[in-house]
Design a protein around this ligand. Structure first.
Ligand code: COA
Length: 166
């Protein structure tokens, strides 16, 4: 579907509440597939260090694609497990989480946010993990041209590691 009403841009401070609301609505505890709930101060720090991407319809955030540099993620066990399974380039950054509002899925917004990110981080490797039972996410990221480079177990689930060069 062609979508002229959704703007995909780099996130700024005015997007923080929208990002947090979308994140909250997609937690596993609420029937979603997002495992992590990043606190506001963490998202603010990520925004200062790396480009974060949002999709907005009017004032509403209907999608986000977050990124972090490697050092900032050193405190997250699942990210350590990912880099143990696939070391990546020294300056590789972590892609994700990505989330599109349920009523805006299947319209290419994940692809558009990825395209916007690549413009801002050309030539740099991005690395991400996807739970292997998250079929929509696996398919969306394969379709973006990313490739699976490793797998690792974590907390009773299996995760695929994907990587790409921007
Ligand atoms: C994964 C996610 C971000 C994809 O966003 P999206 O904007 O719907 O993705 P796109 O429209 O760019 O889809 C690209 C491809 O993904 C696949 N896809 C998207 N939704 C799908 C679904 N519900 N079932 C199966 N495949 C799906 C399709 O192959 C699609 O291409 P097509 O439309 O030509 O068939 C979205 O489903 C989402 O937010 N899920 C909940 C949060 C989450 O799981 N995030 C990922 C954590 S790793």
């Amino acid at each position: 579907m062609t979508d002229d009403t959704t703007r995909v841009t780099r996130a700024d401070a005015s997007d923080l509440d929208g990002i947090l609301a979308l994140q909250a609505g997609n937690q596993i505890a609420r029937g979603g597939t997002l495992a992590a709930s990043l606190p506001p101060e963490r998202v603010v720090a990520m925004m200062a260090a790396m480009p974060l991407i949002v999709a907005r319809r009017g004032a509403r955030v209907v999608g986000f694609l977050l990124t972090t540099d490697r050092a900032m993620n050193a405190d997250l066990a699942i990210v350590r497990a990912m880099f143990a399974a696939y070391p990546g380039a020294p300056d590789a950054y972590v892609y994700g989480p990505i989330c599109v509002d349920a009523d805006a899925r299947g319209q290419g917004l994940a692809q558009r946010m990825f395209d916007a990110l690549r413009v801002l981080e050309p030539g740099r490797e991005g690395v991400l993990f996807i739970r292997t039972d998250n079929t929509p996410s696996l398919r969306a990221h394969l379709k973006m041209g990313m490739r699976e480079v490793a797998r690792f177990p974590f907390n009773g689930f299996e995760y695929a590691v994907f990587a790409y060069v921007g």
